[in-house]
Design a protein around this ligand. Structure first.
Ligand code: XLS
Ligand code: NI
Ligand code: NI
Length: 436
């Protein structure tokens, strides 16, 4: 018996359906630009938000009750796994994601914790085989336990660095064992609260070493998934080192990790960094780092990681368009790193949230498809840069022309180039027309 047993099976029922749990747009088999909706989106449920969070906030007690919040931790973890897979089956999405500590309780020692994880993963493995549900990514929780309060890899104490290494070794091996497509490292508490007690150069070197060790171990064990860093500018620390995609690029270049590590971009983290979600995706694609996405949204009036489910397809379509332009996420996917609100205390609320979220993403994908098939936006872009495809443009870019040669070219050009309109409003109108 799980609290999700009575939930209905979610299925695609078409645009006119009014049943609360009907998918109206997400038809996983529908072909969009040469591949199925499911292949474009590869949607995943986050174990932590859906099966671990309990409505606790800094001002009040948990509001959401689940049977596995009580009792002996290890049997409760098994009960949670059984329930999680009932929910995943009802929802019908292909993937899930987890932190080590979401699925199994911390033990008295690292060895105990690892044994707990292995024990619960035996059960999860059976559920995966039975249902065909797959692991999009695994990760280690290197931020909840007090030992990590001053960071994991960036801790002033090398013993904490070693403990974190122990946890990641096991979580990476567990991810491989379950056939995970990726392994994520979110910054956790890798950052600082005050420079008065922080040595930035040391902490950068520590983090660079740690990530190199993770990549080495990935190759040692033959894990074929992608290692992903998840940028976030702040929260829990005042300043997180993995601030945004461009910052992560610099970090990877500095520590010889380009080509080995990509990024997992979270919508709400992008907005916290003062960027649009589509900016972060386009930046990652331009730098060859686009790996996977954590799908959620922030609150326009609140400056923190509210992790809400997406509801606005037109907004989201610009981000999905960037994914489409990049040719998709490859072995990445769209993980709902989103949670229901504290007052949403019924299990139905969890299903409403995911059904709405996936339908919003499907609508955004269809808008991106219309924009792509229409072709006018791409044509405008190509026209705008056409000069760079001429012989002169190519020579200027390739290094065949020195600064004095360019100066000579410009001096011989009479009155010089004439300015061209950027046509922003016309392009915005085009996108609005195709969004209806
Ligand atoms: C927190 C992060 C976290 C990662 C996984 O803000 O989004 O949930 O996705 O550790
Ligand atoms: Ni996230
Ligand atoms: Ni987040």
């Amino acid at each position: 018996m799980t609290p999700f047993d009575h939930l209905p099976q979610v299925s695609f029922m078409g645009p006119d359906a009014t049943e609360p749990f009907a998918l109206r747009t997400y038809d996983k088999t529908r072909m969009v630009l040469g591949r199925t909706m499911e292949d474009w989106l590869r949607p995943a449920v986050a174990y932590w938000h859906s099966f671990v969070a309990n409505g606790l906030d800094p001002f009040g007690a948990p509001t959401q009750q689940r049977p596995w919040f009580q009792g002996e931790p290890l049997p409760a973890a098994l009960q949670k796994a059984d329930a999680a897979f009932t929910f995943l089956e009802r929802l019908g999405l292909p993937f899930f994601c987890f932190h080590d500590r979401d699925v199994a309780p911390e033990g008295a020692t690292l060895r105990d914790s690892n044994a707990h994880l292995d024990h619960v993963l035996d059960r999860i493995e059976q559920h995966m085989e039975r249902t065909g549900i797959r692991l999009l990514w695994g990760t280690a929780n290197l931020f909840s336990h007090p030992r990590y309060m001053a960071g994991a890899a960036t801790n002033p104490d090398p013993e904490v660095f070693a403990y974190a290494a122990g946890q990641v070794t096991h979580a990476l091996e567990a991810t491989k064992r379950l056939g995970g497509s990726n392994y994520v490292l979110w910054g956790g508490r890798e950052g600082y609260d005050t420079l008065l007690n922080t040595d930035l150069a040391r902490e950068d070197a520590q983090l660079g070493r740690f990530l190199n060790l993770v990549v080495e171990h990935k190759h040692r064990i033959g894990f074929t998934g992608t290692i992903l860093i998840e940028p976030k500018p702040m929260e829990p620390t005042k300043h997180q080192y993995d601030r945004d995609v461009a910052t992560v690029y610099g970090f990877l270049a500095r520590h010889n990790l380009l080509g080995e590590v990509k990024v997992n971009i979270e919508a709400n983290h992008a907005t916290l960094a003062g960027h649009s979600f589509e900016h972060e995706i386009a930046t990652a694609a331009a730098l060859g780092l686009l790996g996977s996405v954590d799908m959620n949204r922030g609150d326009p009036q609140n400056g923190w990681d509210t992790d809400q489910f997406p509801t606005n397809a037109q907004d989201l379509s610009l981000a999905i368009l960037e994914v489409v332009r990049a040719g998709g996420l490859g072995q990445g996917g769209f993980n709902f790193d989103a949670k229901i609100r504290r007052q949403s205390i019924d299990v139905e609320d969890l299903l409403h949230a995911h059904v709405g979220g996936i339908d919003t993403m499907a609508r955004a994908l269809l808008i991106a498809e219309r924009i792509t098939l229409d072709g006018a936006l791409d044509a405008a872009l190509e026209r705008r840069y056409a000069g760079w495809d001429t012989q002169f443009g190519q020579a200027a870019l390739s290094g065949a022309m020195s600064l004095p040669m360019l100066a000579e070219h410009a001096a011989n050009g009479g009155p010089g180039p004439s300015a061209q309109s950027g046509r922003q409003e016309a392009l915005e109108n085009l996108v609005t027309r195709l969004s209806c």
